[in-house]
Structure formats: structure tokens, C-alpha cells
Design a protein around this ligand. Sequence first.
Ligand SMILES: [Zn+2]
Length: 110
Amino acid sequence: MEEKPVRLCEECEQRQTITPSHRLCSECMRLKRKTLASRGTGKKVKVSKDRPEKMQPRPDLEVIINFKLYPDLFAQIRALSEEEMRPLEVQILYVLKTHLQAERGSNAVV
Ligand SMILES: [Zn+2]
């Protein structure tokens, strides 16, 4: 009969470690990770102050488009996106951009 290697947690010395190669039990690991995480966020705040807010989420730049009243328009855009192998939202942006560019161009001529 082979004996399973059992190792007691070095922190609490009561519970068994997660694996024999670990020093701590799952409970102490969790506690340690918690304290590390809270320490980590403290540092992160300082770092984000140095950096520009490029990676910040911008909900004000997000639009949900409802095509309920324009199913034909939706079908057209979707067909285009499949034809040009773009994701639908990229296709919408692309159409918008080219449309605005064309409009700007025609305004410049007039
Ligand atoms: Zn422990």
C-alpha cells in the first residue's frame, strides 16, 4: 500500500495543503491572494495616474442600433458584411465612414 503524501499548511498548520508541492491550504491561499490583490490595486491606482486614459471604457462612445423599423436596411448591411467578410458592427462603421467621407467630398466640390 502506497501512502499518499500529506502536507499540512505552514500558515495554519491545521488543514492539508492543496497539493504536496504547495506550502499552504486552500483557505490560506485564498486569504493570501486577497491581501495581495488589495495591495496590487493600491499600486495600480498610482500607475493609472501616470498613463493617459486610453484604455478606460467609454460607454459614451457606444451606441446600440435598433433595426426593428428598418429590417431591409439591416438585411442590406448584413449582406454587405458577409460579402466583404467584416463583422457586422465594423461594416456599419465602414458604411458610415465612407458615406461621411463621400458627403464631405461632395460638399468640398460645391
Ligand atoms: Zn492554512
